[in-house]
Design a protein around this ligand. Sequence first.
Ligand code: HEM
Length: 386
Amino acid sequence: MHRNESGVLVVLIQRQRFKWTASCEAMGGNGESGNWTYGDYLRLHELLELQGDERGISADEMHFIIVHQTFELWFKQIIRELSETREILDQVPVPEDDIPRAVSHLERTTEIFRLMANQWTVLETLTPQGFLAFRDGLGTASGFESFQMREFEALLGLETEDRMFGMDPIKTFRKLSERGGKDEEVLKRLEEQMQKSSLFESLIKWIERTPIMGSSFDGDDDKDVVRAYVEAHLESHLKMGQDALERMSDLDTEGADRMRERIDSSHQSAVSFLIPDGEISRSRAGLLFIESYRELPLLTWPRKLIDAFVELEESMAKWRHDHARMVERIIGKRTGTGGTSGVDYLDATARYRIFKDLWEVRTILVKPQNRPDLINAEFYGYTVDS
Ligand code: HEM
């Protein structure tokens, strides 16, 4: 039995070696014997010639270039992780076993953003004077022209109309594409990306299919079940506001009126969120259901997926915010080399939200004890010990 197992192991290792040699050759390295060096495998010789040493740059400028290049390498990885997540979510229906893979891609992306947020501190070792010494040499080059950043923003689902100050990435890259060559390819790639469904859209389509109170998306009486659930939730939401008002019995008339107005307006927002244009949004009802009953075993992976998107967007917003702080420290309120207002522009971008529904649903949740009673609990793998 033992001999047999180790025999299998040897064959596996040999096969693995064969694969490694074959793929090394395919990658064009010194693969004849499968005997790569570290430098060959990582293409280090080429990589280390890309920092501009031939221009006789200062240590400050070299560090500026290396930090940018490092970010761009991470951007490449982010595009890969997010593209694979989208492929998973675009399946109809999404096989349940694939959700953990989607979550892993998102978690890695979040960690990359966290890592990059910490890298701004390296740049902060650059003094304002040190930067000014080579800033003019950049001309109009700016992170604003980072096509990979625009690609992953589009992939995630950032809409042009949601951008600040009328900024339109296609306009920027259309202008750059007049230079031809690679810049033309960039525009094509970006336009293609913008035509595909975004991760936000894919996620919403997936959430829309969430079974609500045991009723499935294509069930005969699904519309009635979902409507009853949404109405029961809204009733509970309204009551929560009224209870809060009662608890504040020591408010004077003016204070109570203001409070009532706030409660009414928050309830109206909840109604418009769940029933936009008079029609119940099944995806938002599904999202509300997952967030409200998140302890149910069957909802474990759906809520993990949603949490992973929220965490990703949060890490991205923090990364944008930290970029602005680093920029403020180095160039103050100067305009950027890309022609924007600089720090004010960057601060505004930190308020971008792509996965808006995921954020908004938090505002309309009610206490666990006030949720509508769960129907079909066993459908969600929930059992009550008697
Ligand atoms: C001394 C260092 C840096 C300064 C002073 C700086 C400054 C700025 C400014 C002022 C902008 C606004 C656009 C403009 O008008 O130029 C900007 C945008 C941007 N920067 Fe930086 N930056 C620095 C380092 C970096 C690094 C290392 C990266 C990494 C790739 C980066 C990526 C970006 C990106 C992607 C944008 C576009 C943001 C958006 O439009 O949402 N920056 N930067």
